[in-house]
Design a binder for this molecule. Structure first.
Ligand SMILES: [Zn+2]
Length: 103
């Protein structure tokens, strides 16, 4: 068993598990209902994602990393020229092609 992911936001951990499920990697969650042990036991209350088979660890890590890059939410921005709203991954205004830096 190997720990592959841990986050204070359970949503991220659940979505990471979903990715592993889709890719056929056997995984399970720890601390799903909160740990009953305190910090004196060296455990955290963060939700953890583990893979059952340590051989899947590297594959799981890269899947999660790729997915978290894809899902990285970039804030949308307003064009300084035409005031149109642009998606965060646009570098140029879709409307007037102004550079994003021109705010
Ligand atoms: Zn514009």
């Amino acid at each position: 068993m190997s720990l592959v992911y841990r986050n204070e936001n359970p949503l991220f951990v659940h979505s990471a598990k979903n990715i592993l499920d889709i890719n056929g990697i056997d995984s399970f969650l720890k601390n799903e209902h909160g740990s009953t042990m305190g910090p004196e036991f060296g455990s955290s209350n963060l939700l953890e994602l583990w893979v059952s088979n340590s051989d899947d660890c590297n594959k799981a890590l890269s899947l999660i990393e790729n997915e978290s890059k894809k899902q990285a939410i970039k804030p949308s921005w307003l064009c300084g020229e035409c005031k149109e709203e642009n998606e965060g991954n646009f570098e140029l205004c879709w409307n007037c092609q102004s550079n994003r830096g021109g705010l």
